[in-house]
Design a protein around this ligand. Structure first.
Ligand code: FAD
Length: 369
């Protein structure tokens, strides 16, 4: 015992905090309810292939400091995310760029593509979009909307695009160059050998004690009494016994298959953008690392409505939930010995670089630096 900190959750937020605290001579206990460390960035080896167990994870950032930080723990390859859309057997490049427009309309120059989009926007006559469908059409026209946005978005949210609020799509990345690189960030890659090693190294200090298969709520009161400070990266509404009601999430179901085939789809990520295909995408993991194994592993990703007990993946940050979260976070202010962090503790979608930055900023505050 005699630890200075209890970290609840061994995801990237909790592990970054634990690593930094141990570096400063503090003793840390990390408890994790799953049977492995790493949270959602966890990768496991199947047939020599790194499988992203909780969905495709591509590290990308514009922040050199964060890039250097994460490179302490793993060597990154030069992977560039360039997903492909499959709409009823037609293949399109993403994000929407000149390759997409050429395939859709046969246009060659940016001027022609712009004119085509403008023409479709005008025909739609939408001036004040009242829902997501109108918003998308007013931004990129009907063809892109019908083939590449509608079905995918409806599957992701489990609701008709006409019943979804317009604000979900503030802008759509439309690029008038022949560039299939999804991210605009300067740094991007996949850790060679997977993500788990990053967290393993973060938690490898002898000052850090990790306990798996341990749920904070099994001994909540004891933990709160025993540890001077708690870093809590679980669900904030659960911490407060859902007293203002449950925060909503979208959940996912992953179906992973090993195929006796060298190359299944020729790309790491293929989005299925029609409404009929029940999954949103297929990940072929070996392509993240340019693998040349004789077999391959694919994962189909099915969006699901979240209910209590399911794995929460994406927060639904609409007004109703944000208002609930605001109440929980006000209540959290009355617990100075508990720091709420990470995607579940702050009810916020965070990319990996953002979660590391958020944890480092908590570290600075905690250690008065
Ligand atoms: P988590 O990883 O969720 O860690 C929280 C941990 O706390 C979990 O291990 C959980 O089991 C544990 N826990 C919760 N409650 C308790 C409890 N009561 N007791 C004990 N332990 C508990 N980011 C990118 O930068 N690029 C991407 O391409 C990308 N793709 C993504 C794809 C998907 C499908 C998803 C869902 C996320 C993606 N992300 C991506 C985001 C990335 O996963 C997050 O930034 C990161 O995992 C957040 O870390 P965290 O520590 O906040 O949360």
């Amino acid at each position: 015992m005699n630890e200075d900190y209890l970290v609840v959750g061994s995801g990237l937020f909790g592990s970054t905090f634990a690593y930094e605290a141990a570096k400063r001579g503090k003793r840390v206990k990390v408890i994790e309810k799953r049977d492995h460390i790493g949270g959602n960035i966890y990768t496991e080896t199947l047939e020599g292939i790194q499988v992203h167990k909780y969905g495709a994870h591509i590290f990308h950032t514009n922040n050199k400091e964060i890039w250097n930080y994460v490179n302490q723990f793993a060597e990154f390859n030069r992977y560039t995310n360039s997903p492909i859309a499959n709409f009823k057997g037609e293949i399109y490049n993403l994000p929407f760029n000149m390759n997409t427009f050429y395939k859709l309309w046969g246009v060659i120059t940016p001027e022609e593509a712009k004119a085509k989009i403008e023409e479709q926007r005008k025909v739609s006559g939408i001036e004040k979009p009242r829902n997501l469908e109108e918003q998308a059409i007013s931004l990129v026209g009907t063809d892109i909307y019908e083939k590449l946005i509608k079905g995918y978005t409806e599957k992701q949210w489990g609701r008709k695009a006409t019943e979804l609020p317009a604000f979900i799509i503030k802008r759509l990345p439309v690029r008038f160059t022949y560039d299939n690189n999804y991210f605009n960030d300067r740094y991007q890659g996949i850790p060679i050998g997977g993500y788990t090693q990053i967290v393993e190294k973060m938690l490898s200090s002898e000052r850090i004690d990790v306990e798996l298969n341990t749920d904070f709520f099994a001994k909540r009161e004891e933990y709160l009494q025993e540890f001077p400070k708690v870093i809590y990266t679980g669900m904030i509404d659960q911490f407060f016994d859902y007293q203002f009601g449950e925060l909503e999430y979208r959940s996912l179901h992953f179906e992973t298959t090993i195929l006796d085939l060298e190359n299944y789809q020729g790309n790491a990520v293929v989005n299925y953008t029609d409404a009929e295909t029940p999954f949103t995408r297929i990940i072929e993991h070996k392509h993240f690392e340019f693998g040349n194994q004789p077999i391959t592993v694919i994962t189909k990703e099915y969006p699901r409505t979240w209910k209590k007990g399911d794995e929460p993946y994406y927060p639904v940050n609409d007004e109703k939930n944000n208002e609930k979260y605001r109440k929980y976070s006000e209540l959290a202010g009355q617990f100075p010995n508990v720091i709420f962090g990470g995607r579940l503790g702050m009810y916020k979608y965070y990319d990996m670089h953002q979660v590391i930055a958020a944890a480092l900023s908590v570290v600075k505050k905690e250690f008065h630096e």
